[in-house]
Design a protein around this ligand. Structure first.
Ligand code: G3H
Ligand code: 13P
Ligand code: ZN
Length: 332
């Protein structure tokens, strides 16, 4: 058993309380490798932004859970080395799908876990979430839960359409589970194809897809039911068109990729939404930079020569999100 406190990590409780009060959101960036982690920490340290490092089940399988834990521990020291005196870094399990996985992360030094039982029937979601909360809270580890289903693939369940969170369920759910934050479904989804072309309109000038707005009425109703309660938005990548264009220009194929417009995320960040999850945008930046080097320098075979530019582009992306979208700069 390792306590996250010994590793210099923090849970989400104070972060979220301050974010709601201050009208900004904490970035939750997924990482699977060293370059992503370096970029996240550099961006957070340079902007003095609290940050949540997210590890999915897939990331644990890809990178090895022991290595990821030590990387996060190293990240705290790296942040200090970069001049961030009191780093506010949370290590969070993203989309935990079982009690055993959540327990293993708590025991391993994570400061926060998500139990995503949103695809289960309501009562089963409550029972499993409560079991995780009861365990995690013994160690002051915070727990995110989810109500509602995002469109796309989530929790190994594929759903063609999203099922928005039902505001009439949130008080009962939060009270009975004791969860610390709640992920809701208001029209975001995972990946780089958040909407089908049929769901969008097309900008006649640029030919780009214009997505439909998020269901802010559902968010408002949830906030009315649970005033001041931390709300989480998954699937919040914006799918920047400059990265999509770069990828397509240098041999990739991502036709009609579309994300959540940044102005909608800016609006959400000012509300009780205090954690915004971003993974796909980092994947797009990484891929765009690597493809560019491969196309322009076909003789290059030193991974540092293409992972380095990828890291730089991701750092730029993370800083942009922190400063221009979430507003979390200067808050840590
Ligand atoms: O919500 C999903 C995250 O983007 C993690 O994705 O399961 O492919 O690591 P992953
Ligand atoms: P994106 O696919 O929009 O980056 O969402 C990431 C996410 O929700 C991780 O849990
Ligand atoms: Zn997610």
């Amino acid at each position: 058993m390792v306590s996250y406190k010994e590793l210099g990590l923090v849970n989400t409780r104070e972060m979220f309380a301050k974010a709601i009060k201050g009208g900004y959101a904490i970035p939750a960036f997924n990482f699977n490798n060293m370059e992503q982690l370096q970029a996240i920490i550099k961006a957070a340290a340079e902007t003095k932004s609290p940050v949540i490092l997210q590890v999915s089940k897939g990331a644990r399988n890809y990178a090895n859970q022991t290595l990821l834990r030590y990387m996060a521990q190293g990240a705290v020291e790296y942040a200090k080395e970069l001049g961030w005196e009191n780093p506010q870094i949370c290590l969070h399990l993203d989309h935990g799908d079982s009690f055993e996985l959540c327990k293993s992360c708590v025991d391993f030094g994570f400061s926060s876990v998500m139990i995503d039982a949103s695809s289960l029937p309501y009562e089963e979601n409550i029972a499993l979430t409560k079991k995780v909360v009861d365990y995690a809270h013994q160690f002051d580890v915070t727990v995110e839960a989810e109500l509602g289903v995002l469109a796309g693939v989530e929790d190994e369940v594929s759903s063609a359409v999203s099922h928005y969170t039902k505001p009439e369920e949130v008080v009962d759910f939060a009270t009975r589970t004791g969860c610390d934050s709640l992920a809701i479904s208001i029209g975001t989804s995972h990946g780089a194809y958040k909407f089908t072309p049929e769901q969008c309109t097309r900008d006649p000038k640029t030919g780009r897809l214009v997505p439909p707005p998020l269901a802010f009425d559902v968010l408002d109703a949830v906030m009315e039911q649970l005033p001041g309660f931390p709300i989480v938005l998954h699937g919040s990548s914006s799918v920047p068109q400059e990265y999509v264009d770069m990828i397509n220009q240098y041999g990739g194929k991502l036709p009609d990729a579309v994300g959540i417009p940044e102005e909608q995320l800016r609006k959400a960040a000012k509300s009780a939404v205090c954690k915004i999850n971003i993974d796909s945008d980092s994947r797009l930046a990484f891929t765009a930079a690597v493809r560019k080097v491969f196309a322009e320098k076909p003789a290059e075979f030193d991974p540092r020569k293409y992972c380095g530019p990828a890291r730089d582009l991701m750092t730029e992306l993370y800083k942009h999100k922190i400063i221009n979208v979430l507003g979390s700069d200067g808050k840590a």
